[in-house]
Ligand binder design. Structure first.
Ligand SMILES: [Zn+2]
Length: 360
């Protein structure tokens, strides 16, 4: 017989991001289930910043251990709830993030710029099955996609990250080639910053404040649509371009069964803080392909933890791409957009949404 606890703090030097939103530092030691070797859900652990943070959630103290034992005995009644993550008082005094002014976004949206926009023009002329102007215009208006008019990013597309409350948190800038591959990535605030710095001019006040934000891309691409369409299911992808393709192929969220296509920004931004706005939704998730399906597994594991913390939220993953994609596509990190764009969008017009096929 082995003595000691089944759940222990992980030994060694591996550290995770602290779940206390005020801390978030990579100083967090997680609990391990010594019987399975797996981590406990991500809220269980202890932060090493004892005086500055002090976060410690012990699975023996909030009923988690009891619940697992009951589950294993088959006597669990399904009503257990984890303690909410304690947030320290400091949260009240923490400065709010500063946002990009609406006027700055509006400039990118001037209609005469669209002819310069390589990404949008490609959708009309360069893709195997060119789209109709009216469909693209609707998607452009919905997501407030714009164009860089001049300078070294001339003709690049802008993808704004607008939150639930219509705050503009970041504007990603992407340059595409005629074959719609990315040739450059930037941010609107960096372009404006460079513009002023080169001329030895002071930065605008908003930019001075904005630059102090620790995290720039702090919401989902398309997040503002969640308040507009409160009941629709969600499709979640990595890149804004993929979300736009999804919308063009499967339709706008005007019908309540249609998907709202959202993008997390990059692989590592599939996180609780960013995804908690999806509470109560059904989320069909399409991670990019990756070597040996690493991203797929990582997102899936994180999604399971998020589901536990956000009751009523359901993440669904289709492993269709993972099963069918050749190895080269995985190594190149291809995504669902790379496959969709080869198909005729007309064939999708009257087909059910992907979640109606996959969730069964
Ligand atoms: Zn901490």
């Amino acid at each position: 017989m082995r003595y000691g606890y089944r759940y222990i703090l992980e030994t060694g030097s591996k550290k995770h991001h602290c779940p206390n939103t005020d801390c978030g530092k990579k100083t967090f030691v997680r609990y391990i289930d010594t019987e399975t070797g797996d981590y406990l859900p991500e809220q269980y652990g202890r932060c090493d910043r004892e005086s500055k943070c002090g976060y410690h959630l012990n699975p023996y103290k909030d009923g988690y251990y009891q619940m697992i034992k009951e589950q294993e005995r088959g006597t669990f009644n399904g009503t257990w709830k984890s303690e909410p993550i304690p947030v320290r008082k400091k949260a009240e005094t923490r400065p709010k993030p500063d946002f990009i002014p609406v006027e700055v976004l509006k400039q990118t949206l001037e209609p005469d710029r669209y002819e310069l926009n390589v990404f949008i023009q490609n959708l009309f002329t360069k893709v195997p099955f060119p789209f109709e102007v009216s469909d693209v215009t609707k998607a452009v208006e919905l997501y407030k996609i714009g164009t860089i008019k001049a300078g070294y990013r001339k003709g690049a597309v802008t993808f704004p990250f607008i939150d639930l409350k219509s705050n503009i948190r970041a504007v990603q800038v992407k340059q595409f080639s005629k074959s719609n591959h990315t040739t450059g990535t930037d941010f609107l605030h960096s372009i404006i910053d460079k513009y002023h710095s080169k001329r030895y001019e002071p930065l605008p006040d908003w930019l001075e404040a904005y630059n102090k934000n620790e995290l720039k891309v702090s919401c989902l691409f398309g997040e503002h649509l969640l308040s507009k369409y409160p009941l629709n299911p969600v499709a979640l992808v990595e890149a804004p371009k993929t979300a736009i393709y999804g919308t063009l192929y499967f339709g706008l969220p005007e019908q309540p069964e249609n998907l709202i296509w959202l993008a997390v920004y990059n692989k590592s931004s599939f996180k609780f803080d960013k995804l908690k706005v999806l509470k109560g939704r059904t989320v069909l998730t399409f991670p990019d392909l990756s070597k040996e399906g690493q991203t797929f597994r990582e997102w899936k594991r994180k999604a399971e933890e998020i589901e536990r913390r956000l009751p009523g939220t359901k993440f669904t993953f289709s492993d269709l791409l993972e099963e069918l994609a050749p190895k080269e596509d995985k190594n190149e990190g291809k995504d669902i957009a790379d496959y969709l764009i080869r198909l005729d969008w007309r064939a999708f017009k009257d087909t059910p949404q992907p979640h109606q096929i996959i969730i069964r």
